[in-house]
Design a protein around this ligand. Structure first.
Ligand code: G1P
Length: 295
């Protein structure tokens, strides 16, 4: 079984749901407490053994490439001012040289097309995809849980989570066949179904382990839901010849592409933050009491 060494992170999206903030900052660079959202996703990938990340970018996303580079002027200034803690903070998160690649999706044709743009850099090996809009807060990295499942059953693995039926039309949704604990053998999947047509309430969370045969299918995938080339449609075709399992991972996910999800992510990471966690919890409790009193 080939090890999962590489991951794709599509970061070309316009971030329209959090405009105007994303007019001049990539949505992936919006801070969650004190780190850009994308740093949490990179940490999740690294904790799962990923050695190389391919970012699929678009215009106005240069800040992401700069963030994952050294910042010499800032480093010299911090060193001169003897701010060693801050210096360690900004240098420790820079990826090893040569372990990131950036490719452009020139036209926003959909998630399936964005992933396809990474085909030459990933090549002929199984790989992971992490959608950086979604942060998954968990004891064990969500992707590491999936790699564990992959090492048991091989094939293709998708992370899923139950949502209320009213929300299924916002997601890719799977049809389960059989279940062994948290691992579900899949019978099908569909992108953004109407509630009445949804095969279950298990939504695709934005973490995938896929076999390289997906490349040929993405190459000629027709547009689907929303007029976009959908990864889900290409995966549904791959399922005709390969095994697909869904993993109900342990952890909570936050959709930072939406205002409320971004707000909740900030709360969730703030109350566990090593510097401000205690104060953040106390503040939240006070707010809740004040709201209760004024109700
Ligand atoms: C994408 C995927 C969808 C998945 C979702 C998770 O949709 O196409 O299958 O459920 O991410 O966040 P998007 O949110 O880009 O519309």
């Amino acid at each position: 079984m080939r090890k999962i060494r590489k991951a794709v992170m599509p970061v070309a999206g316009l971030g329209t749901r959090v405009l105007p903030a994303t007019k001049s900052i990539p949505k992936e660079m919006m801070p969650v407490v004190d780190r850009p959202a994308i740093q949490y996703v990179v940490d999740e990938a690294r904790a799962a053994g990923i050695e190389h990340i391919v970012f699929v970018t678009g215009r106005n996303k240069g800040a992401i490439e700069d963030y994952f580079d050294r910042a010499y002027e800032l480093e010299v200034t911090l060193r001169d001012k003897k701010k060693h803690d801050l210096l360690a903070k900004i240098t420790s998160e820079v990826p090893v040289a040569g372990s990131t690649s950036f490719v452009r999706q020139q036209v926003p044709l959909g998630l399936g097309h964005a992933i396809w743009c990474a085909r030459d850099v990933i090549g002929d090996e199984p790989f992971a995809i992490l959608l950086p809009d979604v942060l998954v807060k968990s004891q064990t990295s969500c992707l590491a849980q999936m790699v564990g499942a992959y090492e048991r059953v091989g094939g293709n693995i998708i992370a899923v989570d139950a949502v209320p039926m009213e929300r299924v039309s916002s997601y890719g949704v799977i049809a389960p066949k059989s279940r062994e604990g948290k691992l579900i053998e899949m019978a099908g999947m569909v992108e953004k179904p109407a509630q009445a047509d949804a095969p279950s309430n298990l939504k695709i969370t934005g973490r995938y382990i896929l076999q390289p045969e997906i490349w040929g299918l993405l190459a000629d995938q027709a547009a689907g839901a929303g007029g976009e080339i959908q990864l889900t449609d290409a995966m549904a075709r791959l399922m005709e010849s390969q095994s697909f399992h869904a993993l109900e991972y342990d952890g909570d996910d936050y959709d930072c592409g939406s205002k409320i999800g971004y707000f909740e992510a900030n709360l969730a990471y703030a109350i566990d933050h090593k510097e401000i966690g205690g104060e953040a919890r106390a503040l939240l409790e006070k707010w809740c009491q004040d709201v209760d009193k004024s109700a």
